[in-house]
Design a binder for this molecule. Structure first.
Ligand SMILES: *[C@@H]1O[C@H](CO)[C@@H](O)[C@H](O)[C@H]1NC(C)=O
Ligand SMILES: *[C@@H]1O[C@H](CO)[C@@H](O)[C@H](O)[C@H]1NC(C)=O
Ligand SMILES: *[C@@H]1O[C@H](CO)[C@@H](O)[C@H](O)[C@H]1NC(C)=O
Ligand SMILES: *[C@@H]1O[C@H](CO)[C@@H](O)[C@H](O)[C@H]1NC(C)=O
Ligand SMILES: *[C@@H]1O[C@H](CO)[C@@H](O)[C@H](O)[C@H]1NC(C)=O
Ligand SMILES: *[C@@H]1O[C@H](CO)[C@@H](O)[C@H](O)[C@H]1NC(C)=O
Ligand SMILES: *[C@@H]1O[C@H](CO)[C@@H](O)[C@H](O)[C@H]1NC(C)=O
Ligand SMILES: *[C@@H]1O[C@H](CO)[C@@H](O)[C@H](O)[C@H]1NC(C)=O
Ligand SMILES: *[C@@H]1O[C@H](CO)[C@@H](O)[C@H](O)[C@H]1NC(C)=O
Length: 431
């Protein structure tokens, strides 16, 4: 009897201890009655990510409320207060009873807050194994969040995050570089969807186009021909009247992967496997000669060997400048196009699609209808399919100068450039 009593007591003790640990903030949740202070952390259920106050190697006296890998080198993937570090180790995060997170400093000034558009009853903040910090109702349905850190990206793009735009709410899922590796405040480079014309991804340097990744063609981005199928991750692209975004998901959960828009304007992919036990960097995007936006001007195409060349049936606008390797004025048709003249099209293969900022599109038109539509409008300069699956589908029409074209060895998408029909107008003679 005595022995049985004893086990029963220790059982109770263990039970009470467990309760105490849970209610004192261990686990993956911050509840509404809690103050989450320097030194406190929560860890996602599977132990992948950790939320806490962390500093960067070069700025130890600055504290950031951040999410980092719990293992895998403790790399920080998201910072709440990237503009306003806490000057000393005395921040406090609270979750209000309506479900908004507020971070204050030692003198109680508001440093950062989550801007939830809705409020709710019995909120909790939870760190998920994807690295997403979410606010939801304690008994709410799974996946029903009033706020999530994934909607406010830092410079790191993780599996399951979105890169694009929420057309319904106006939210931009864009990724902005840090100023430097020691200063996470926004730097000059931003990876962002441009929805002028047919949507395309662009890496901006401040407000200038720096590298254009191009539109999604169903398999990859037009400017990144090697980003098609692979055995590590699967691509997902959604395009409807609610949302336009790109996302990737890992095939195996024994691999970690992150894409980072770096302070120097490179976009790096880092991969961690438990074979290597370290982050392997690879360059995803870097401005080499032909990647620099519009290197060859209008109707010019960039080629690593020849530098710039005019498209077929086009010639340099300024032959003298062109010969001295100044390509900025681009090319013009060999035979000037006159609206009343007959037009024809030159088919171009294995090239990056031109900038689509002055384009229109229709997913349900055939290539034939697309050509006719282009012929009906004098300022239409080119057309192509929107998607390349099967025999291709949809219609993309360009207006005005065609910019930022380059030669690509593989999987370039065909497009058709308007020229004067042979025999019409003056023929420009080369010497
Ligand atoms: C942080 O600053 C406040 C206000 O200046 C001060 O009261 C507090 O002691 C400081 N805390 C630490 C850990 O330095
Ligand atoms: C708290 O933030 C306010 C406003 O930015 C600032 O004036 C104050 O010095 C900060 N307090 C500490 C202890 O850093
Ligand atoms: C980015 O833009 C800034 C400001 O215009 C410029 O000084 C800098 O050289 C640019 N960086 C690159 C890599 O082109
Ligand atoms: C990673 O480790 C787990 C468990 O130790 C193992 O099952 C898995 O095969 C490993 N994966 C790789 C890619 O090494
Ligand atoms: C190239 O030509 C353009 C216009 O003709 C001119 O404005 C620019 O300064 C030239 N660039 C260089 C590097 O000479
Ligand atoms: C276009 O063609 C028409 C008819 O052939 C001619 O009258 C007109 O001058 C031409 N315009 C230009 C800019 O060449
Ligand atoms: C797209 O093309 C189809 C077929 O030609 C047409 O019925 C439809 O109205 C077009 N949609 C838009 C938005 O222009
Ligand atoms: C030609 O297309 C442009 C761009 O969509 C449009 O602004 C213009 O009105 C069109 N012109 C005609 C004659 O349809
Ligand atoms: C593509 O076109 C070819 C020839 O016109 C046809 O035989 C084939 O069925 C088409 N494929 C698809 C997926 O539409």
């Amino acid at each position: 009897m005595k022995i049985i009593n004893f086990t029963s007591i220790s059982f109770h003790l263990i039970f009470l201890c467990t309760l105490f640990i849970l209610s004192s903030g261990a686990g993956d949740i911050i509840s509404a009655d809690q103050s989450f202070k320097n030194g406190d952390t929560i860890v996602s259920a599977g132990g992948v990510f950790e939320l806490g106050y962390f500093s960067l190697p070069g700025s130890k006296n600055h504290q950031y409320l951040s999410i980092r890998y719990n293992k895998a080198g403790g790399i920080i993937v998201w910072i709440a207060n990237r503009d306003t570090p806490l000057a000393n180790a005395s921040g406090a995060l609270t979750l209000s009873s309506e479900g908004s997170l507020k971070l204050v400093n030692a003198t109680n000034s508001l440093i950062w807050s989550s801007k939830a558009t809705k409020s709710l009853q019995s909120p909790v903040a939870q760190l998920l194994d994807t690295g997403n910090l979410v606010i939801r109702s304690v008994n709410g349905p799974e996946g029903d969040f009033i706020w999530q850190s994934f909607d406010y990206p830092d410079s790191t793009f993780l599996p399951g995050m979105k890169l694009g735009k929420n057309l319904a709410t106006g939210l931009d899922w864009s990724y902005t570089s840090w100023k430097s590796n020691d200063d996470p405040s926004p730097g000059t480079f931003q990876n962002k969807l441009d929805i002028n014309g047919y949507p395309q991804l662009i890496l901006w340097n401040v407000s200038a186009r720096f590298i254009r990744l191009g539109p999604w063609n169903g398999f990859t981005f037009s400017g990144i021909p090697t980003y098609g199928p692979n055995n590590l991750f699967v691509n997902e692209f959604r395009f409807d009247d609610q949302e336009i975004y790109y996302m990737f998901r890992l095939v195996s959960n024994s691999v970690l992967m992150r894409l980072v828009t770096e302070p120097d304007g490179r976009v790096m992919r880092y991969t961690w496997t438990n074979d290597t036990n370290k982050w392997d960097p690879s360059i995803f995007l870097q401005a080499v000669y032909c990647d620099n936006y519009a290197r060859c001007g209008a109707f010019g195409s960039c080629n690593v060997n020849f530098l710039c060349r005019c498209l077929d049936r086009f010639q340099p606008k300024n032959a003298v400048a062109w010969k001295s390797l100044n390509f900025s004025e681009g090319c013009v048709p060999e035979t000037p196009l006159n609206c009343s003249d007959k037009a024809d099209f030159v088919r171009l293969s294995n090239k990056k699609l031109p900038d689509t900022q002055s384009s229109t599109y229709n997913f349900s038109m055939s290539l034939e209808d697309c050509r006719n539509k282009c012929l009906q409008n004098c300022s239409c300069t080119a057309y192509a399919n929107t998607l390349i699956a099967g025999n291709g589908s949809g219609c993309l029409l360009w207006f005005g100068g065609l910019l930022d074209i380059r030669d690509q060895e593989q999987s370039g998408q065909d497009f058709y450039v308007r020229v004067a029909a042979s025999g019409s107008g003056k023929i420009h003679i080369h010497l």
